[in-house]
Design a protein around this ligand. Sequence first.
Ligand code: ZN
Ligand code: ZN
Length: 271
Amino acid sequence: MPCYLCAYQSPKRPYSRKALPADSPVPSTYAPLGTCWRCSVLVCSEHAYRYGALECAICQPALATEAALGVPDLPPDGAAMFEVSRKIGERASGEQIARVESVIARLSGEAAGAPSGAGGEAGFSAEASAPPPDLLGDLAGAIRSRIGAEADGRRGRVGFDAIDDEGSFVAGVNAGEEGRPATSALSVDAIGAAVAIAFGGRDLRPIPDAAVAVSGALLMAMSTAEEQVPPLGLEVPARLVEEVPIRAPWEVSHPLLLDPVIWMVSTAYTE
Ligand SMILES: [Zn+2]
Ligand SMILES: [Zn+2]
């Protein structure tokens, strides 16, 4: 039985050293080890973390982000994943961390019922006076408004072509040869619904170092979903961490490998 992440990641992906030890009695570098406690996918040695409960590389940054934002009632694993992301985030650029700080401030404001879009960019669309849709409550609307605003300049990029005209569906796996049909369509509305349920009606109380940890979580998520980025782990040097691009979720090679929580944060980050 193959790992879910292996199934959708590209074979052209840069090599990782997170394989099993050479003398392990399990004779494979990508041996399925168990199921993720959070999303139930089967996960292999390359894509698993275990600091209490086995967790996949899609859920790791999402759980770390929830912990950073102060989502209540998370399992103890949330603290462990926060720490892993914080250590990666310590190698992020100051600019990235500052940007994440403003994302967190916006999300906290939305959760507290403040009007969204305060301090946002005006004049971006014909309806500059209308506030942008709420990221926590209407992520699909926020994504659609972005797609409309950016469409003209971006057509032709890998990934962007895979969004339908209404901005309702995104190809789950975008990378590949030109002309190859997109596979595994993702519904932007379904992703938004998952975020609305996860955050709906909850007060967010970001914990200290939240911006550092969310920066690390975003970088780790990108390293899972972007075809040409090496996997990020605690052993990766700072210079490699700094090279990882943070893209809008519909522009990564494999949008299917981003959790809805990361869709939400990376949409906000790239605005
Ligand atoms: Zn795998
Ligand atoms: Zn998972």
